[in-house]
Design a protein around this ligand. Structure first.
Ligand SMILES: [Zn+2]
Length: 181
């Protein structure tokens, strides 16, 4: 059915690599400091300390970036999990002759709640958007036509259904078919 595309793979841990490189350089400088210390070259010692501080600042910055990225990834994983858990609450329904919409999965609870159509296009993009009633066709003679339109405010997708078709009629038909089985 719906493929859930996580964005986790697109992240590269560049900040962690940058942090490791800077940490390695800082360690090398610290090792160098030890030999400078032995020779008592104060100018060299001061320069090395400045270098060391620079590298440690790089390490800190890289680690902060990495932490930020990990927090973003955690939030993304949580949102993705919440969406996939929520998926179970809906099912794709052939509302009328191939006009598709998502509706709440039938249960004792949803059987008594106000039913609704959710836009299948938006649902595929992990977004829930109602399909609202847009009106019944008017015939050339000004009478009421045989079809009605439901439309999504978000993506402007529409479905045309028999004028008798509504979320309630579809829900009741599905409930009846379950009782027959
Ligand atoms: Zn839509």
């Amino acid at each position: 059915m719906l493929a859930l595309h996580g964005n986790v793979g697109q992240y590269e841990s560049m900040d962690i690599f940058a942090g490791l490189t800077a940490a390695g350089q800082a360690i090398d400088i610290a090792k160098g400091l030890r030999s400078v210390e032995k020779s008592y070259d104060t100018v060299e010692l001061k320069m090395q300390i400045v270098d060391l501080i620079d590298k440690l600042v790089d390490v800190k910055g890289a680690l902060q970036d990495a932490r930020h990225e990990i927090e973003n990834l955690r939030a993304e994983v949580a949102a993705s999990k919440a969406w996939s858990d929520d998926l179970d609450n809906y099912e794709l329904i052939d509302v009328y002759l191939g006009a598709m919409a998502y509706m709440p999965r039938l249960s004792a609870e949803t059987a008594t709640e106000t039913p609704f159509f959710l836009c299948a296009t938006c649902f595929g993009r992990k977004s829930k958007s109602f399909m609202q009633f847009k009106g019944q066709d008017i015939t050339k003679t000004g009478g009421r036509g045989d079809f009605s339109t439901y439309g999504c405010e978000t993506c402007k997708a529409t479905i045309r259904v028999s004028y008798r078709t509504s979320p309630t009629s579809v829900r009741d038909k599905r409930l009846a078919s379950i009782k027959l089985n």
